[in-house]
Design a protein. Sequence first.
Length: 67
Amino acid sequence: MPDQDHAELRLQVARLRQEHEDYDVAINAMIQTGCDALRIQRMKKKKLSIKDRITSIEDQVIPDIIA
């Protein structure tokens, strides 16, 4: 994989990590204010989806080496 592709994937991972952190902060704020449990659950599901995308991209960047 060319270096430019690696750089783009790393940038995408950085953006997704920031989005994941933003969701974490938002969820904690919703819990503090006593927001509707269904809305909190939906936010958690979106946060998990972002984490899955991060993992998928990292798997593309870091080769799976079997020792």
